[in-house]
Design a protein around this ligand. Structure first.
Ligand code: NAD
Length: 314
């Protein structure tokens, strides 16, 4: 069952790709595209409209922000993006300033809508969205490390020659340089990854794990250096979160969400495995962590809290 109306604020590379993916998956009956560059929004809407006879019925329109009232979900991708060599946290000041004006304008028109934040740094901006709007935590979510988790699973799958669908491993914490992987509970088809043998006698040892996590952390930078932006994988990750919401799946996804005493961490938005259903952001799963993983998650929380504190959001 598709959602009624989904508004996408910011129709650059990421916003346009999300619109395309939602359309392909039949996840919305109406897509509203909003960009401060009205020509860009209109061009994307027209281009997508020309697909409509060939996909599930959907009405695509470019509209000014004033016309998003009634949207069931608002996806925010507006803002500055990383230039080669920049970290996501380098964008915090610019994009928090943008959110201070943009978010109240959105929520004034769509107080009931589920807010899905994609702009970076996504953890800082998800926290900012909560603070700036006063919405309840279940109503505000960040795309978080759904993307990074997919990246790690695909890298592991390639290394062990198994389908990524059968690799279960979560990336948690900041969607950024301090993210960590939960190796202690990672498995392939119910076999702990640490016990898996593949090829002759190869195993995923500590060095291989560190290498795979490093590749995951560097993945966005590599894509940006090569083609200027990342768009396809984030659009599919966002569509997956939307799908769990629209279909009331109670799916477990590593979204960015407000933490309240998660392994002792509170009052910060970070990604941990969380239940997504039509009710919005549900329980955070109490995944067991090794001492090193718990310490890594706390360091990640400290890194994000330092930025939200510096920007006066605490
Ligand atoms: N969360 C993730 O995993 C993830 C992945 C990729 C990119 N991103 C982030 O998504 C954001 C967008 O990236 P992009 O590559 O699409 O950038 P882009 O520059 O192509 O697009 C940004 C768009 O936002 C629009 N915009 C700016 N201010 C606006 C406003 N007030 N109202 C409406 N529109 C506004 C711009 O006109 C532009 O079209 C960046 O912050 C980027 O870092 C996040």
């Amino acid at each position: 069952m598709p959602a009624g109306t989904i508004a996408i604020i910011g129709v650059g590379s990421v916003g346009a790709s999300i619109a395309y993916t939602l359309m392909q998956r039949g996840l919305a009956r109406r897509l509203l595209l909003v960009d401060r560059n009205a020509d860009k929004a209109r061009g994307e809407a027209l281009d997508l409209e020309h697909c409509t006879p060939l996909v599930a019925p959907v009405d695509v329109r470019a509209v000014p922000l004033e016309e998003i009232a009634g949207s069931e979900v608002v996806i925010v991708t507006a803002g500055a993006k990383q230039e080669p060599g920049q970290t996501r946290l380098d964008l915090a000041e610019t994009n928090v300033a943008l959110f201070r004006t943009l978010l109240p304008e959105i929520v004034r028109r769509t107080p009931e809508a589920w807010l899905l934040i994609v702009s970076n740094p996504v953890d800082v901006l998800t926290y900012a969205a909560l603070r700036l709007t006063g919405l309840p935590p279940r109503q505000v979510v960040g795309s978080g490390t759904v993307l990074d988790t997919a990246r790690l699973r695909s890298l592991i799958a390639r290394r062990v020659h198994l389908s990524p669908a059968n690799i279960h491993a979560y990336v948690v914490g900041e969607h950024g340089d301090s993210e960590i992987a939960i190796w202690s509970s990672a498995d392939a088809g119910a076999v702990p990854l640490s016990a898996l043998r593949f090829g002759e006698s190869a195993v995923l040892d500590g060095a291989a794990e560190a290498d795979l996590l490093e590749q995951t952390r560097r993945a966005a930078g590599e894509v940006i250096a090569a083609k200027g932006a990342t768009n396809w994988a984030i659009s599919v990750a966002t569509a997956r979160i939307l799908e769990a919401y629209v279909r009331d799946e109670s799916a477990i996804l590593t979204v960015s969400r407000l933490l309240d005493d998660y392994h002792g961490i509170r009052d910060v938005c970070l990604s941990v495995p969380s239940v997504i259903s039509r009710g919005g952001v549900g329980a955070a799963l109490p995944v067991p962590l090794s001492a090193a993983e718990a310490a890594g998650l706390r360091q990640s929380a400290d890194a994000v809290r330092a930025v939200i504190g510096r920007l006066g959001l605490l």
